[in-house]
Design a protein around this ligand. Structure first.
Ligand SMILES: NC(=O)C1=CN([C@@H]2O[C@H](COP(=O)(O)OP(=O)(O)OC[C@H]3O[C@@H](n4cnc5c(N)ncnc54)[C@H](O)[C@@H]3O)[C@@H](O)[C@H]2O)C=CC1
Ligand SMILES: O=C(O)[C@@H](O)CS(=O)(=O)O
Ligand SMILES: [Zn+2]
Length: 437
């Protein structure tokens, strides 16, 4: 490899993880011991919010009344796209039964988790689209009970558009709780909510760590923490658009990595020259986040070939991966590690983030090495079953008895023996593990 870093990051998604873990463990222990009251106390301390936590129907209607009609239409448009894509995903998985031998049938079926907990982030920005992504997929998957948690703003509560959206998409209950206290409320079943079987949704490092620690006790979709994005671009790319896309992603937060990987030094240098001006031109809060992310987490990597670019990208396993290069089919076939792929200049990460229909809850911090993003499949338990005639069970019983004895599991072996004696009286079987080798 002949890669050259034209800009190297001083920090990565693994920086400060021990400190985050210690903070989250302490908060979870406090909430588990103290229940509703502890969660409320932490919400007051961290989010300066002392209003109602479980939103009543009147509060939901009041929030909906505050959302402009045009925005409601946009939310319905995005919801419709996400719902139709999720329905198509449901169709991609079908139950089946298979006759392994005459009379011995095994099958696979999918069963939705009963209670889903959806976390909708809202600390820095008001992530209305995350409510669409999480609640809609839970609803299409067939979860019976959907609880939403989202952080309240001081004095105000949850952003009204998030409340409207969660309700539109099918939430059964909405809790004004953010961060660790929100995730804990979903997991432990606080404020009258059923304990979640699965918790889904993105969030900052505290939210992602809380889900990670609770995993096992409760299911989670994946590690979906601070957003990251990588752009693969060759000499044919438009430097202005590449720079705008990098800055658009850096605004997510001070700890959002962005990478440009290219085989064109000229493109890289032009992008490096354009980015600072685009960041400076953002509104205050967005500028602060993007400037810090660009300074501390951004990288510009020059490669010798497109194969080398693909390898660098797969090693990063970015959440969002954009290709602005020639021969898009080659890239789609070659790339292996990403949460969601955006091919060509005519689409962009923000389309997927807000409205195009694919899910924006995606693996971060390299988790795309082993998982895709949120889909209806994350809520489904793929289970198996089997059923047999007595005649069909004979060969399986003999093999089971012998393998069990070889393993030293005599009790298992005898569950097969007893059936063979009952179903085939008078027949003799060699059920010992020993025999010709
Ligand atoms: N991976 C994905 O698919 C997506 C990721 N995101 C990410 O979600 C994140 C959203 O973050 P935020 O705006 O912060 O909203 P958030 O809702 O995730 O977090 C806000 C909560 O963090 C808690 N918190 C803040 N500082 C804390 C501290 N020092 N100790 C303990 N708790 C603390 C507060 O209780 C607050 O309620 C961003 O990093 C964004 O990139 C957003 C959408 C999709
Ligand atoms: O990580 C993500 O998918 C986010 O970019 C989604 S959003 O733009 O913050 O809604
Ligand atoms: Zn985004």
């Amino acid at each position: 490899m002949t890669i050259e870093y034209l800009k190297k990051a001083g920090r990565t998604s693994q920086t400060d993880t021990a400190e985050t873990r210690a903070t989250v463990e302490k908060l979870l222990a406090e909430i588990e011991a103290g229940g509703d009251e502890a969660a409320r106390r932490i919400a007051i301390a961290l989010d300066r919010y002392d209003g109602s936590i479980v939103l009543g129907r009147d509060e939901i209607e009041a929030a909906a009344a505050k959302v402009p009609a045009k925005l409601k239409d946009d939310i319905r448009f995005a919801h419709d796209n996400v719902r139709r894509f999720a329905e198509r995903q449901m169709q991609s998985l079908s139950d089946f039964e298979y006759e392994l031998s005459p009379g011995f049938v095994a099958g696979q079926k999918s069963i939705p988790c009963r209670a889903a907990g959806c976390y909708v982030p809202g600390g820095r920005y008001s992530h209305v689209a995350s409510a669409i992504m999480t609640v809609t997929t839970a609803q299409v998957a067939g979860c019976d009970n959907i609880t939403v948690c989202s952080p309240p703003r001081p004095e105000i509560g949850i952003n009204p558009a998030i409340v409207f959206t969660a309700d539109l998409c099918g939430a059964d209950r909405i809790l004004a709780l953010g961060g660790v206290q929100g995730v804990a409320a979903l997991a432990f079943g606080l404020f009258g909510a059923p304990p979640a079987d699965i918790i889904v949704g993105p969030g900052n490092q505290f939210v992602a760590e809380a889900k990670r620690i609770l995993f096992g006790r409760v299911g989670i979709d994946m590690f979906a923490g601070p957003t990251d994005s990588l752009i693969l671009a060759d000499a044919s790319a438009d430097a202005e658009i590449v720079a705008a896309d990098l800055v658009g992603q850096a605004e997510h937060g001070y700890n959002s990595p962005v990478w440009l990987v290219t085989d064109s030094r000229d493109l890289a240098e032009r992008v490096l020259a354009i980015v600072p001006g685009l960041i400076a031109d953002l509104p205050d809060a967005n500028r602060t986040s993007a400037a810090a992310a660009w300074r501390d987490y951004a990288e510009v990597i020059l490669c010798g070939s497109r194969e080398e670019m693909a390898t660098v990208s797969d090693d990063e396993a970015p959440e969002h991966l954009t290709v602005q290069a020639q021969d898009l089919d080659w890239w789609r076939d070659r790339l292996k590690c990403y949460g969601s792929l955006f091919l060509g200049e005519e689409t962009t990460v923000a389309y997927g983030d807000k409205a195009s229909g694919t899910n924006h809850v995606l693996p971060t911090s390299g988790a795309a090495r082993y998982t895709g993003g949120l889909s209806v499949h994350k809520y489904l338990k793929i289970v198996t079953w089997q059923q047999a005639t007595r005649a069909a069970s004979k060969d399986v019983a003999i093999a089971t008895a012998r393998i069990s004895r070889l393993e030293g599991m005599e009790g298992h072996a005898r569950t097969a023996d007893i059936r063979l004696r009952k179903y085939f009286p008078g027949e003799n079987f060699d059920l010992s593990a020993a025999g010709d080798s």
